[in-house]
Design a protein around this ligand. Structure first.
Ligand code: NDP
Length: 481
């Protein structure tokens, strides 16, 4: 199946055109060429979709299917996604600018997420039973899933699969900057013949997400995106007293200890700034190195970034692609210019290709105080700071208001001790990998990076709520009475 070039909602088992045209376009990040106009579901389409989700939840069409039947549906979706993996990789490479070598790896996540979720359908809904009471874990109801543009297929499929495994109907809104792989996920689900309304896709930008999260019929919202939209979602959920799982941004530190191998640190900097082109919530934000090594490390890192092959995302030999869309590229360039206006020195590395897409040079910025660079940039940009002692290194690492990821490079006990002092959900020691240590490891978020851990089990449980039934006497007497 080719990458879609026409946006379609998937509503109550049917495909239909999102009613409204939006002002922006989905572009090929390499050339800036328009692939399709962004479109948005109308208020009526959103209303119909929520009503369909509510209907299927109310009549038990999905949640009351036998666990084995739901598992089989999720496994069928996984098989369909496996077949579509090349198309998903292509769609995400073109729209996000992430090199195809990386999106091919990421395109394995959707099938794997549905397989893991299928296994979770076997989890009992009655988790604890006593003489006179039982504790159940039940699907909350219609679940809204909102995904960002940077790793669209992987992030969305983890949330969708978890909600479906828990028994919740899903209303999925992809980002309109990169909705094509989301539509492929919907194709894969459509072919698995779930009950109409169990999964729906609605296109649209922030207003569509906002309309979904405001609606009182929605029972849970799982959102990944930036802080501003996350706050809007949190406020909408607060009004409805509804659970929200929010995975937001980060300004993630790498702490180099005096005994760290400089080559390993430089390799990590290169990896962390080129993975997803630095458009990654756990990408590098600030590099913290001993004062005595600052100049050497900066020169080594700049030299390593200088040799990167910056090019079109569809080329197998590209190591750094363009940013996802023009607005975002301009925001990242503006952030670098702001650092310069504050006295920072920008070291722009590598040679962008002569293409019209949203390219930029990876950039290291030196000369700023730790409190002058607290925001998330979300591109191939990091600030570099020197420290005089471990206390200062830890303070610099913990200074940003975010708490998503952190990296420590150094030897033995001291590296672990420093890692244990960092305020972040995931701290990696002598590692700079995109994925976590294990598929079952949670992905916690601290501070402004969000609310609620993600993870195979954590996201599944997010979509379930507890219910206690207590009886006068013994449960057994009621069951047999
Ligand atoms: P945004 O916050 O702009 O958008 C995220 C999603 O929310 C998009 O689908 C967007 O629609 C939608 N949206 C926008 N405004 C609202 C609103 N008021 N109510 C409901 N939905 C809304 O983030 P980006 O897409 O720009 O993604 C980048 C951000 O995502 C970065 O800040 C990054 O840190 C974060 N991120 C976090 C991850 C994590 O696991 N913690 C992983 C990946 C990214 P549309 O785009 O169509 O306008």
């Amino acid at each position: 199946m080719p990458v879609p070039d026409t946006l379609l909602n998937y509503l109550d088992g049917d495909w239909e055109t999102p009613a409204a045209e939006l002002p922006d376009v989905i572009s090929d990040a390499n050339s800036g060429q328009c692939i399709a106009r962004q479109r948005s579901a109308s208020a009526g389409q959103i209303d119909d979709a929520i009503a369909a989700a509510q209907r299927v939840h109310g009549n038990g069409g999905w949640r009351e299917l036998a666990a084995a039947a739901r598992a089989n549906s999720l496994l069928a979706i996984a098989d369909n996604l496996f077949e579509l993996a090349d198309n998903i990789a292509e769609a995400d490479a073109v729209t996000t600018g992430v090199p195809i070598t990386q999106t091919r790896e990421l395109a394995r996540i959707p099938a794997a997420a549905f397989r893991r979720a299928a296994a979770l359908t076997a989890e009992p809904t009655c988790i604890n039973r006593h003489l006179n009471f039982e504790v159940g874990r039940l699907p909350l109801g219609p679940a809204v899933v909102i995904a960002p543009w940077n790793a669209p297929a992987g992030i969305a499929s983890h949330k969708i699969a978890s909600a479906l495994a828990a028994g919740c109907p899903v209303l999925f809104k992809p980002s309109e900057w990169s909705p094509l792989s989301g539509q492929l996920i919907a194709r894969a689900i459509d072919r698995a013949d779930l009950p109409a309304g169990a999964f729906q896709l609605l296109h649209g930008a922030g207003e569509t997400g906002s309309a979904l999260t405001r609606d009182h019929r929605v029972a849970a919202v799982s959102f990944t995106g930036g802080l501003a939209a996350g706050r809007a979602v949190a406020a909408a959920c607060a009004r409805q007293m509804r659970p929200a799982q929010l995975e937001l941004g980060g300004n993630n530190p790498l702490v180099m200890l005096p005994d760290a191998n400089p080559d390993a640190v430089v390799a990590a900097i290169r990896t962390l700034l080129t993975t997803l082109n630095g458009q990654w919530c756990r990408a590098l934000g600030r590099i913290i190195v001993p004062n005595s090594m600052l100049d050497q490390l900066l020169a080594m890192a700049a030299a390593a970034l200088d040799t990167l092959r910056i090019g079109a995302s569809m080329r197998d030999d590209t190591q750094l692609g363009p940013l996802a869309h023009r607005l975002h590229r301009d925001q990242v360039l503006a952030a670098v210019a702001r650092y310069e206006s504050l006295g920072g020195v920008a070291h722009r590395c590598g040679e962008p290709p002569a293409l019209d897409g949203w390219f930029m040079q990876p950039t290291l910025v030196s000369g700023l105080g730790g409190d002058q660079a607290l925001d998330e940039i979300f591109g191939p940009v990091a600030t570099i700071h020197g420290y005089a002692g471990i206390e200062q290194a830890v303070a610099l690492a913990n200074a940003p208001p975010y708490g998503l990821a952190a990296y420590v490079f150094g030897k033995g006990k001291r590296a672990l001790e420093v890692a244990r002092r960092l305020e972040a959900g995931v701290v990696k020691v002598n590692l700079a990998t995109l994925l976590g240590p294990h598929p079952d490891a949670p992905r916690p978020v601290w501070k402004l990076s969000g609310i609620g851990d993600e993870g195979a089990r954590q996201t599944f449980e997010f979509f379930r709520g507890s219910r206690v039934i207590a009886v006068d006497g013994a449960l057994h007497d009621y069951e047999t009475g």
